[in-house]
Design a binder for this molecule. Structure first.
Ligand code: OAD
Length: 254
């Protein structure tokens, strides 16, 4: 673990008035809202072959299976409510204003429903659809497509698909994400296994590109060490809903 001489292990994330915060969240932050994570014995990928439901090839082979998978995700997310971790992140944003940026790998809308505003869904949004053929803008869509009879076509003749970034596709808004990474001085990563690129490399990238590496502090929160744990200044071990309300100190408590 990257611990510099000047760093002491802290019980909360202390901020200076000059700090800029970059938060990256993964499936773990929604776990206490009852939404399944991807990896692990009870994870979504234990019951599905990733390449069948989360790749352009899987979509070409069997769009019915893909839509059934994402319709089930829509049903689960619609029933879920934001937990204490989502609320703590939103409260942190309110206290920091434009010194805060949230990048989520999650496709659910629990951050928005908790009050987060300055956020990017790098892997897309569950409650949006788009055309698999033309450049029509993604549109809000809460429908369930449980059988082939429900499927829809775009005006161009293409098929309507979930607006989700699948394996082999480029995540959304990478330019904005990297520009926020460049200028942050505090990075908080919550509930992600640290194996899916490019998000898994954000912490290493921030460490390498930060203009004043001594000033950068990077933190991870989750019940187990992520694959990239060694890159963090400090790992807070525990569930996000329990830990985040305690460790997200308002600006000025350094
Ligand atoms: P994973 O399922 O890989 O990892 C979830 C992480 O959350 C694990 O490290 C758990 O330890 C942690 N976790 C579980 N419960 C938690 C809790 N209560 N509080 C905090 N952490 C908890 O999910 P991601 O890393 O988010 O992409 O997965 C990354 C991407 O892989 C997803 O966005 C998805 C998937 O394939 C696409 O579908 C494109």
């Amino acid at each position: 673990m990257k611990v510099t001489n000047k760093m002491t292990r802290r019980k909360h994330i202390a901020l200076k008035d000059s700090d800029r915060v970059f938060v990256l969240t993964g499936a773990g932050i929604s776990a206490e809202s009852g939404l399944a994570t991807f990896r692990g014995s009870n994870g979504l990928w234990a019951g599905e072959r990733v390449e069948d439901v989360a790749s352009p090839q899987g979509w070409q082979r069997d769009p019915e299976l893909v839509w059934r998978f994402y319709s089930e995700r829509r049903e689960a997310a619609a029933e879920a409510v934001p937990n204490a971790a989502h609320l703590a992140v939103a409260a942190w944003e309110r206290s920091l204003g434009d010194r805060f940026f949230l990048c989520t790998q999650n496709v659910d809308d629990l951050h928005e429903r908790a009050g987060s505003q300055n956020l990017v869904h790098m892997h897309g949004e569950l409650f949006q659809s788009c055309c698999d053929t033309c450049t029509r803008a993604p549109f809000p869509d809460t429908e369930l497509y449980l059988s082939k009879a429900d499927h829809r076509r775009c005006q161009c003749g293409g098929r309507i698909r979930p607006n989700i970034v699948w394996f082999g596709e480029v995540p959304f808004q990478m330019e904005r994400i990297f520009s926020e990474l460049m200028r942050c001085t505090v990075m908080l990563v919550v509930g992600t296994s640290g194996v899916v690129q490019p998000a898994a490399s954000f912490v290493r990238w921030a460490n390498e590109h930060h203009s004043c590496a001594e000033d950068l502090r990077t933190y991870y929160v989750g019940p187990e060490h992520p694959a990239n744990a060694a890159a963090f200044t400090q790992v807070f071990k525990g569930c996000a809903g329990e830990l985040l309300p305690q460790i997200l100190a308002p600006s000025g408590r350094f």
